[in-house]
Design a protein around this ligand. Structure first.
Ligand code: DQA
Length: 165
Protein backbone atom coordinates (compact mmCIF):
# COMPACT_ATOMS: atom_id res chain seq x y z
CA UNK A 1 0.00 0.00 0.00
CA UNK A 2 1.13 3.50 -0.56
CA UNK A 3 1.13 6.84 1.20
CA UNK A 4 0.87 10.04 -0.82
CA UNK A 5 2.83 13.06 0.38
CA UNK A 6 1.88 16.23 -1.46
CA UNK A 7 3.48 19.63 -1.07
CA UNK A 8 2.24 22.88 -2.54
CA UNK A 9 3.85 26.09 -3.75
CA UNK A 10 7.13 27.49 -2.44
CA UNK A 11 7.90 24.36 -0.45
CA UNK A 12 10.40 23.54 -3.19
CA UNK A 13 12.71 26.17 -1.68
CA UNK A 14 12.34 24.94 1.89
CA UNK A 15 15.61 25.28 3.78
CA UNK A 16 16.28 28.61 2.10
CA UNK A 17 12.89 30.20 2.58
CA UNK A 18 12.11 32.33 5.66
CA UNK A 19 14.21 29.98 7.76
CA UNK A 20 13.12 31.66 11.02
CA UNK A 21 9.61 30.37 10.24
CA UNK A 22 10.19 27.22 8.18
CA UNK A 23 13.59 26.01 9.40
CA UNK A 24 16.69 24.84 7.55
CA UNK A 25 15.56 21.40 6.47
CA UNK A 26 14.99 20.94 2.75
CA UNK A 27 11.95 19.17 1.33
CA UNK A 28 14.25 16.45 -0.04
CA UNK A 29 15.52 15.71 3.48
CA UNK A 30 12.00 15.61 4.89
CA UNK A 31 10.85 13.22 2.14
CA UNK A 32 13.93 11.00 2.54
CA UNK A 33 13.26 10.63 6.28
CA UNK A 34 9.60 9.83 5.64
CA UNK A 35 10.56 7.20 3.06
CA UNK A 36 12.74 5.41 5.62
CA UNK A 37 9.85 5.27 8.11
CA UNK A 38 7.35 4.16 5.44
CA UNK A 39 9.59 1.38 4.15
CA UNK A 40 9.93 -0.08 7.65
CA UNK A 41 6.15 -0.50 7.64
CA UNK A 42 6.04 -1.92 4.10
CA UNK A 43 4.46 1.22 2.74
CA UNK A 44 5.52 2.89 -0.48
CA UNK A 45 5.83 6.63 -0.17
CA UNK A 46 4.92 8.55 -3.30
CA UNK A 47 5.72 12.23 -3.11
CA UNK A 48 4.66 15.11 -5.30
CA UNK A 49 5.45 18.81 -5.15
CA UNK A 50 4.10 21.49 -7.42
CA UNK A 51 3.87 25.25 -7.49
CA UNK A 52 0.84 24.96 -9.77
CA UNK A 53 -2.63 24.40 -8.31
CA UNK A 54 -3.99 22.52 -11.33
CA UNK A 55 -1.06 20.10 -11.31
CA UNK A 56 -1.85 19.13 -7.72
CA UNK A 57 -5.49 18.59 -8.73
CA UNK A 58 -4.41 16.47 -11.72
CA UNK A 59 -2.06 14.40 -9.56
CA UNK A 60 -4.89 13.72 -7.09
CA UNK A 61 -7.36 12.96 -9.90
CA UNK A 62 -4.95 10.42 -11.46
CA UNK A 63 -4.41 8.75 -8.10
CA UNK A 64 -8.16 8.62 -7.54
CA UNK A 65 -8.89 7.00 -10.90
CA UNK A 66 -6.13 4.46 -10.26
CA UNK A 67 -7.65 3.72 -6.87
CA UNK A 68 -11.09 3.19 -8.40
CA UNK A 69 -9.77 0.81 -11.01
CA UNK A 70 -7.95 -1.18 -8.32
CA UNK A 71 -11.10 -1.22 -6.19
CA UNK A 72 -13.11 -2.52 -9.15
CA UNK A 73 -10.63 -5.29 -9.85
CA UNK A 74 -10.74 -6.19 -6.17
CA UNK A 75 -14.53 -6.42 -6.19
CA UNK A 76 -14.56 -8.46 -9.39
CA UNK A 77 -11.86 -10.92 -8.45
CA UNK A 78 -12.13 -10.88 -4.67
CA UNK A 79 -8.36 -10.90 -4.53
CA UNK A 80 -6.95 -9.49 -1.32
CA UNK A 81 -3.55 -9.03 -2.86
CA UNK A 82 -4.92 -6.10 -4.82
CA UNK A 83 -5.21 -4.30 -1.49
CA UNK A 84 -1.48 -3.80 -1.60
CA UNK A 85 -2.07 -1.11 -4.17
CA UNK A 86 -4.49 0.83 -2.05
CA UNK A 87 -3.72 4.22 -0.59
CA UNK A 88 -3.17 3.97 3.16
CA UNK A 89 -3.31 7.72 3.64
CA UNK A 90 -2.57 11.16 2.27
CA UNK A 91 -0.32 13.77 3.86
CA UNK A 92 -0.70 17.20 2.29
CA UNK A 93 0.80 20.59 2.93
CA UNK A 94 -1.14 22.66 0.41
CA UNK A 95 0.91 25.73 1.46
CA UNK A 96 -0.70 28.96 0.22
CA UNK A 97 -3.41 27.00 -1.62
CA UNK A 98 -4.69 25.92 1.81
CA UNK A 99 -6.25 29.32 2.14
CA UNK A 100 -7.56 29.72 -1.40
CA UNK A 101 -8.21 26.46 -3.20
CA UNK A 102 -11.71 25.05 -3.56
CA UNK A 103 -10.28 22.85 -6.36
CA UNK A 104 -7.81 21.10 -4.02
CA UNK A 105 -10.57 20.71 -1.42
CA UNK A 106 -12.75 19.01 -4.06
CA UNK A 107 -9.92 16.81 -5.34
CA UNK A 108 -9.26 15.59 -1.78
CA UNK A 109 -12.89 15.18 -0.79
CA UNK A 110 -13.36 12.12 -3.03
CA UNK A 111 -10.63 10.32 -1.04
CA UNK A 112 -12.25 11.15 2.28
CA UNK A 113 -15.48 9.65 0.91
CA UNK A 114 -13.48 6.42 0.35
CA UNK A 115 -12.43 6.58 4.02
CA UNK A 116 -8.82 7.26 3.18
CA UNK A 117 -7.25 9.28 6.02
CA UNK A 118 -6.07 12.75 5.01
CA UNK A 119 -3.68 14.74 7.16
CA UNK A 120 -3.17 18.45 6.57
CA UNK A 121 0.28 19.53 7.69
CA UNK A 122 1.76 22.99 8.14
CA UNK A 123 5.29 23.59 9.32
CA UNK A 124 4.30 26.86 10.99
CA UNK A 125 1.38 27.60 13.27
CA UNK A 126 -1.02 29.15 10.75
CA UNK A 127 -3.15 30.56 13.60
CA UNK A 128 -0.30 32.61 15.02
CA UNK A 129 0.44 34.45 11.78
CA UNK A 130 -1.44 36.77 9.42
CA UNK A 131 -5.23 36.71 9.55
CA UNK A 132 -5.47 35.40 5.96
CA UNK A 133 -3.73 32.15 6.95
CA UNK A 134 -6.39 31.24 9.51
CA UNK A 135 -8.86 29.85 7.02
CA UNK A 136 -8.26 26.44 5.49
CA UNK A 137 -10.36 24.95 2.70
CA UNK A 138 -8.80 21.56 3.46
CA UNK A 139 -9.37 21.25 7.23
CA UNK A 140 -13.13 20.46 6.99
CA UNK A 141 -12.40 17.27 5.04
CA UNK A 142 -9.15 16.33 6.83
CA UNK A 143 -8.88 13.47 9.30
CA UNK A 144 -6.35 15.52 11.24
CA UNK A 145 -4.58 18.86 11.07
CA UNK A 146 -1.06 19.48 12.35
CA UNK A 147 0.27 23.01 12.44
CA UNK A 148 3.39 24.43 14.03
CA UNK A 149 5.40 21.27 14.70
CA UNK A 150 7.86 21.91 11.88
CA UNK A 151 8.84 18.85 9.85
CA UNK A 152 7.82 16.62 12.77
CA UNK A 153 4.24 17.29 11.63
CA UNK A 154 4.85 15.10 8.55
CA UNK A 155 6.46 12.39 10.69
CA UNK A 156 3.57 12.44 13.15
CA UNK A 157 1.04 12.20 10.32
CA UNK A 158 2.88 9.25 8.80
CA UNK A 159 2.99 7.43 12.15
CA UNK A 160 -0.75 7.95 12.48
CA UNK A 161 -1.34 6.55 8.97
CA UNK A 162 0.78 3.52 9.87
CA UNK A 163 -1.27 3.07 13.03
CA UNK A 164 -4.51 3.23 11.02
CA UNK A 165 -3.25 1.06 8.15
C1 DQA B 1 2.50 26.66 5.25
C2 DQA B 1 1.68 27.85 5.78
C3 DQA B 1 1.02 28.60 4.65
O1 DQA B 1 0.23 29.68 5.14
C4 DQA B 1 2.06 29.16 3.71
O2 DQA B 1 1.45 29.79 2.61
C5 DQA B 1 3.05 28.14 3.26
C6 DQA B 1 3.49 27.10 4.19
C7 DQA B 1 3.30 25.95 6.36
O3 DQA B 1 3.79 24.85 6.11
O4 DQA B 1 3.45 26.49 7.47
O5 DQA B 1 3.56 28.22 2.15
O6 DQA B 1 1.61 25.71 4.69
Amino acid sequence: RKVLVINGPNLSILGNRQTQIYGFETLQTIIQNLKIIAEKSDLILKDYQSNIEGNIVSFLNDEFLELLSKENVKKLTNLNSIEHNNIAGIIINPAAYTHTSVAIHDALEVFSKENIPIFEVHLSNIYAREEFRRNSFVSPIATGVISGLGSFGYTAALHRIIELA
